[in-house]
Design a protein around this ligand. Structure first.
Ligand SMILES: CC(=O)[C@@H](O)[C@H](O)COP(=O)(O)O
Ligand SMILES: NCC(=O)COP(=O)(O)O
Length: 244
């Protein structure tokens, strides 16, 4: 069985560069077109409450211009749910968010917020959006995701990516592997992402049954030196080479 693992390219940090000077360039819309041409299976954008990178305008223009599909990452707030209901991206990934964080620090605590999560999942599903929950690779969170009616989860691979020793990295990889199996057994579609790069992606991509990896920072960082098209193509090649 060929595992046609998918690559969602997160273009947030194209927008970070733009926001650094308040210019109109580099335009995430242009970046999305290049990434799609290079083989991205989808485009991920995180519309943060503080608008530190992706702007509302980006979401509306991308909705009209993407040829693959949009995965809109957002916090569970009335503002964001209303925007999602208006834009109707193919996918929404519900993520935790804190203004003071440098980047996403942990998974959504679905166990501790089931009613709020279930209500957002219902509203977004009624708008025709496929909802994913960005969670830590924990059975309790996966079970809560099922109870909330989410069809998809994205496993937070930050602990794996930031492991400071090979032993910890191996332990975190096993944690992700068992979470993938647990999620698949529960009938979930299982994605993964956060902190993945060219030197740590293959063990995750090799996990049987994993559906999609969402990768951004490492691809945009590489693009600075080798161009976005090459950065996406190489990541896709590594993933396909690893997939069973
Ligand atoms: C949820 C996640 O890990 C990323 O997709 C998220 O976009 C990180 O936030 P920044 O892009 O703002 O670093
Ligand atoms: N959900 C993970 C994502 O979209 C990209 O995360 P990163 O590769 O920028 O860490």
């Amino acid at each position: 069985m060929t595992n046609k693992i998918l690559l969602g390219v997160n273009i947030d940090h194209i927008a970070t560069l733009r926001q650094a000077r308040g210019t109109q360039y580099p335009d995430p819309v242009y970046a999305a077109a290049i990434a799609e041409e290079a083989g991205a299976d989808g485009i991920t954008v995180h519309l943060r409450e503080d608008r530190r990178h992706i702007q509302d305008r980006d979401i509306y223009v991308l909705k009209e211009t993407l040829t693959t599909r949009m995965n809109l990452e957002m916090a569970i707030t009335d503002e964001m749910v209303a925007i999602a209901e208006k834009v109707k991206p193919a996918h929404c990934c519900l993520v935790p968010e804190k203004r003071e964080e440098l980047t996403t620090e942990g998974g959504l605590d679905v166990v501790g917020n089931e009613a709020q999560v279930a209500s957002a999942v219902k509203r977004l599903a009624e708008a025709g959006i496929e909802v994913s929950l960005f969670i830590d690779p924990e059975p309790a969170q996966l079970e809560a995701a099922v109870r909330c009616g989410a069809p998809v989860v994205e496993l937070h691979t930050g602990a794996y990516a930031e492991a400071e020793s090979h032993d910890v990295e191996l332990a975190e990889l096993k944690r992700v592997e068992s979470a993938v199996r647990f999620g698949l057994d529960k009938g979930l579609i299982v994605n993964a992402g956060h902190g993945l790069h060219y030197h740590n992606v293959q063990p995750i991509a090799a996990i049987p049954g994993i559906n999609e990896l969402n990768i951004g920072h490492a691809i945009i960082a590489r693009a600075v030196f080798s161009g976005l098209s090459e950065a996406v193509t190489e990541m896709k090649r590594l993933m396909r080479e690893a997939a069973v």
